[in-house]
Design a protein around this ligand. Structure first.
Ligand SMILES: [Zn+2]
Length: 149
């Protein structure tokens, strides 16, 4: 995969916007809970909000999460960068669009469901977090849109 600067240039072309952001390294799960103002799930290792990225340092990934290893750091960072571009270009859309597109552009691999997901259960963030395999379902919904073009 291309380096991060090339990746950002590619996103500037795709979205026709530039995003000026800082990466804030979060040192503990408690600190992440404070950033998001809620108890965060153990799989959550990064977030993009108000034009900023909050992410655990690579070496903390396996310690703060039961689902992530150090090799996930770069794809997650790319995923969060894509969110900043989506938010600046389109604002906040449905969670499935935001998450599906972020996963696809970040090159993340998720298990796609066989059947077509119901997008209405993946509109809001809180519903998204409760759904089963929400990232895979969201990727499938965005891929279906792309296939339809
Ligand atoms: Zn995301």
């Amino acid at each position: 995969m291309e380096n991060i600067d090339t990746f950002i240039s590619k996103l500037e072309d795709i979205f026709s916007v530039k995003v000026d952001f800082k990466i804030n390294y979060v040192k503990s799960r408690d600190e992440m809970d404070k950033v998001l103002k809620r108890k965060t799930e153990s799989w959550l290792v990064g977030t993009a909000r108000e034009g900023q990225i909050y992410i655990f340092p690579k070496e903390l990934f396996p310690k703060v999460s039961n689902q992530h290893s150090e090799k996930d750091f770069e794809p997650v960072l790319r995923h969060e960068i894509v969110h900043l571009f989506i938010h600046k270009a389109f604002g906040r859309g449905p969670a499935w669009f935001d998450e599906g597109l972020a996963c696809i552009l970040a090159g993340q691999k998720k298990k796609l469901p066989n059947e077509n997901p119901d997008p209405t259960e993946l509109i809001k963030g809180e519903d998204f977090r409760k759904a089963e395999n929400p990232y895979g379902k969201s990727m499938k919904l965005v891929l279906n849109l792309l296939k339809a073009i």
